[in-house]
Design a protein around this ligand. Structure first.
Ligand code: HGY
Ligand code: MN
Ligand code: MN
Length: 410
């Protein structure tokens, strides 16, 4: 073990107090005062590790360790510190803290890398606050959608307002863009958020690819009326329609139990939301993912057909908006090989696996080669305060990351 396990453990322990939720969870919304507090703490750890730090105009926290050639394309290691509203203390954090630990170990060993190394906590990886995720990683590659800074959260705050409140200046975001070719390669460590490593009794896995998420917003429109007087056969009840679609969508997604296609309705709102008025409008979200784009498109078409049929059946109108559409991507062989060699040298038999969760690596793969290291998490639980990874496994993962960075330097 080349990294400092105690320091890594202490960092997890201290950081999990910021935005603490119950005994083991966190709620650290993107661009919130809580995330800012986390950034300030992690900023000091990056400096102690020998990095110069900054928060860019997309709300990313970036630590940079100079290399022999300051103009060489950077080796980037990163993940995120924002969490789900009902989240765990390891999702994203594991990748940022292990990146810092790897650089701190390089610095202690007085190793000067050929190229600069950057450790990044990307802004708004999760995407639930403003309806679209992977914001900071899309930002640095110039991949933001027109007008998406005007997306509002549930309190009506726009992403632009939240960025300015965070201390960023969206008008200068062009200064934070990484031109194509300026990132040499990208490496991300993350908890698996699935059960495979526990099943295989292995602390570390090698990611082969990342499923692409399609995020839709479905609006179903009926007509409000008096709950006590409108006959059942004369209602245009948006909630009855939406509920039927949600149930049918679940059946569509269960068609191929062996497949890697998954679908979720995670958020739903009703208007006018009164127990004695017939619902006039229901808005709900669709999260549809697959490692195979063609198969994902096939399921998407079935969903769209289902919405149209149910709307017609209940004399409802509907609208389907596309919020996010990232294609699946596959990790690069030479980086998987570097991780494999590191695992073999550590006496590990690391399974190779696809990631159903998306990560900033999915975006960064648009500009450079990338790899991912998974760390076992208990029962595969994530996006839940019960999320748990052992410090022993996290240290093994961080040590593999450290050795992989050295190999990627060559
Ligand atoms: O939703 C995801 O896959 C990621 O955990 N944000
Ligand atoms: Mn994550
Ligand atoms: Mn997550």
């Amino acid at each position: 073990m080349r990294i400092n396990e105690d320091r890594l453990k202490n960092h997890f322990e201290e950081l999990s107090q910021i935005g603490k939720l119950g005994d083991t969870g966190v709620c650290r919304p993107t661009l919130s005062t809580v995330e800012k507090e986390a950034f300030e703490l992690v900023f000091t750890w990056m400096e102690e590790a020998g990095m110069k730090c900054r928060i860019d105009h997309f709300g990313n926290l970036i630590g940079r360790k100079e290399g022999k050639d300051p103009n060489a394309p950077v080796l980037m290691v990163g993940s995120h510190l924002d969490s789900q509203p009902y989240g765990g203390r390891f999702d994203g954090v594991a990748g940022v803290l292990s990146g810092i630990e790897a650089v701190a170990t390089l610095t202690e060993n007085e190793f000067v890398p050929d190229r600069p190394i950057e450790v990044v906590s990307f802004c708004d990886e999760e995407g639930w606050r403003f309806g679209k995720g992977l914001f900071g990683s899309r930002g640095i590659l110039g991949m933001l959608d027109e007008g998406e800074l005007l997306n509002k959260d549930k309190d009506g705050v726009t992403r632009e307002q939240a960025l300015r409140h965070f201390g960023c200046d969206p008008d200068r975001s062009f200064e934070s863009i990484y031109p194509h070719g300026s990132i040499h390669s990208f490496l991300e460590l993350h908890i698996e958020q699935g059960p495979l490593l526990q099943e295989k009794n292995q602390p570390v896995g090698i990611v082969t690819g990342i499923a692409g998420p399609l995020w839709l917003t479905v609006k179903i429109k009926g007509y409000s009326g008096h709950a006590g007087t409108v006959p059942m056969t004369m209602r245009q009840d948006a909630l009855v329609g939406a509920s039927e679609i949600v149930a049918l969508f679940h059946e569509i997604m269960k068609q191929d139990p062996q497949g890697s296609t998954v679908g979720t309705v995670g958020s739903l709102s009703v208007f006018p939301d009164s127990r004695n008025s017939i619902p006039e409008e229901v808005v709900f979200t669709i999260d549809l993912r697959d490692i195979d784009l063609e198969r994902r498109n096939h399921y998407e078409n079935q969903l769209r057909e289902c919405v149209a049929n149910v709307a017609e059946k209940h004399q409802l109108s509907y609208e389907i908006l596309e919020d996010q559409n990232s294609e699946p991507s596959f990790c690069d062989e030479w980086i998987k090989d570097a991780i494999r060699k590191e695992c073999q040298q550590a006496g590990l038999h690391a399974p190779e696996m696809m990631s159903g969760a998306f990560h900033d690596a999915l975006i960064i793969s648009n500009t450079c080669d990338y790899g991912m290291i998974f760390v076992r998490c208990k029962d595969g639980i994530s996006h839940n305060p019960a999320e748990y990874a052992s410090y022993e496994d996290l240290a093994i993962g961080a040590d593999v990351l450290y050795g992989t960075v050295l190999k990627m330097m060559k």
